[in-house]
Design a protein around this ligand. Structure first.
Ligand code: AMP
Ligand code: ZN
Length: 451
């Protein structure tokens, strides 16, 4: 039975899906730059969420959006569109920027062994629906127009402050004087932005008689409406999304449908690097490629992420990454041993301990607890196969059994050793070494591992 910490209620709750399929939505990346390692944290934990639900026997429909318009550098209604910024930086069109970085993300998601989403939704494919959504919110009296766009009047949604427990009076009092005097409340946000004469914004659509583009928050409400329908079962994102982005998604969806957006909300905390926030100016925005250059695979990094819990900040260091890599290699050595111990291999249709490991994952995705169990339990090959499916760590794929010929060489070497023909046994050992296989002698004969 899966228990999740629900941001909506601030409680650990038993998960009960509404229908046959568990409907999940994940706020995806803004595709204008190379992702850094922090950007994979949330997707790793939501991959575990999906895999845990699958292991529990649920059918899932999962949607991930790709933001290719409307996300401004401020995360609010000010600043430059991040895609425009990327285009200016690289001397390309916004569409080229979006295509390029979408491919980078998808390549890296595959490297991280994330199960693909059932629907990958590009924000720019939903512009018509965005306009219909704004029409609906306007008809229901939730919006007003200013010189630079259509704004959501947050005072009209009585529960606006509830989700994030916002102090709206405090926010209002602390508002910067003079900024966007046309906004009625400091928390109001643009659902549609107008492009001003002379303003550079390549992505533009005619709506309300003027060129414009959707506000960043709108795409998630619209895409959920079009692909899943409200309410969905689980909505996921980073903790940074709680006070503004998710709060605004909830408000928009209520205004356009009268319904709640999601029943369970999950948020992943941030990771720091060497005790500091990840930022360009500190030079700690490592990418997966940077880790590879230092000898760490995407799987080593995923292992590091899953060694901790999704809630609670985590500090990345290369020492701790090295420990995660060693732990994974140790698990692979244990898999190699399972191939060689008949009882562990023959039981391959029956796992012994997987239920305990799955129970840890079902406990609010406690991968750290599951990993501690894996370290300590005596596992068979069937356990390892299921562990690999649950965490997506390529343990088995990266540790294939050796060939009949290689097993024959090990036996031949055992015979040579018994006959004290050390020259021959050394020769066979070296031959196996050139094939990446190390043989250790045990009382019951040579045991191999990858080296
Ligand atoms: P960005 O493209 O920088 O806006 O990041 C996209 C999302 O990645 C953010 O909204 C966060 O949820 C997530 N993210 C960014 N940095 C980190 C981090 N250091 N740790 C965990 N998640 C992060
Ligand atoms: Zn979103």
């Amino acid at each position: 039975m899966l228990k999740l910490y629900n941001t909506l209620t601030r409680r650990l709750e038993e998960f009960k899906p509404l229908g046959e399929e568990v409907k999940i939505y994940t706020c995806g990346p803004t595709v204008y730059n190379f992702p850094h390692i922090g950007n994979y944290a949330a997707y790793t934990y939501w991959d575990l969420l999906v895999r845990t639900l699958k292991a529990d026997g649920y059918k899932i429909k999962r949607v991930l959006n790709l933001t290719d318009v409307g996300h401004l550098t401020s995360d609010g209604d000010e600043g430059e569109d991040k895609l425009e910024k990327g285009a200016a930086r690289e001397g390309k069109s916004v569409y080229e920027i979006a295509d390029f970085y979408i491919n980078i993300y998808l390549d890296n998601y595959a490297k991280m062994e994330f199960l693909p989403a059932d629907v990958l939704a590009r924000a720019t494919d939903y512009i018509e629906s965005d306009m219909q959504a704004v029409d609906k919110m306007t008809a229901a009296g939730y919006t007003y127009k200013t010189k630079d766009g259509v704004y959501f009047d947050t005072s009209k949604f009585i529960k606006y402050a509830d989700f994030a427990r916002l102090d709206l009076a405090g926010l209002q009092a602390g508002a910067r004087v003079g900024f966007n005097a046309e906004k009625r409340n400091v928390s109001d946000f643009a659902v549609w932005k107008f492009i001003q004469p002379g303003e550079k914004h390549a992505m533009r659509w005619e709506y309300l008689g003027r060129p414009g583009y959707p506000g960043w928050h709108l795409e998630c409400s619209t895409i959920i409406h079009e692909t899943l329908g409200e309410p969905i079962d689980i909505h996921t994102g980073g903790v940074d999304h709680i006070p503004v982005h998710h709060t605004n998604e909830i408000a928009q969806t209520y205004a356009m449908t009268g319904k709640a957006l999601a029943r369970y909300w999950l948020h992943c905390d941030f990771i720091t690097v060497d005790g500091q926030k990840i930022s360009k100016s500190l030079g700690n925005t490592y990418t997966l490629e940077d880790l590879a250059d230092k000898g760490f695979s995407a799987m080593d990094y995923k292992m590091w992420l899953l060694s901790g819990h999704y809630q609670g900040t985590r500090n990345f260091t290369f020492d701790s990454l090295d420990a995660a890599k060693n732990r994974r290699n140790n698990w692979r050595r244990r898999i190699a041993l399972c191939y060689q111990i008949p009882e562990k291999r023959q039981n391959s249709d029956k796992s012994l301990h997987f239920a305990e490991i799955l129970a840890a994952a079902n406990n609010n995705l406690n991968s750290a607890e599951a990993f501690a169990l894996i370290d300590n339990l005596d596992l068979n090959l069937a356990d390892w196969q299921k562990i690999d499916e649950l965490f997506g760590l390529r343990l088995i794929a990266d540790t294939p059994d050796i060939s009949e010929e290689q097993y024959a060489l090990i036996s031949e070497r055992d015979v040579a050793r018994v006959a004290k023909d050390y020259a021959k046994s050394d020769e066979l050992r070296d031959k196996l070494l050139t094939q990446g296989i190390a043989v250790k002698d045990t009382p019951s004969g040579g045991v191999w591992e990858y080296c």
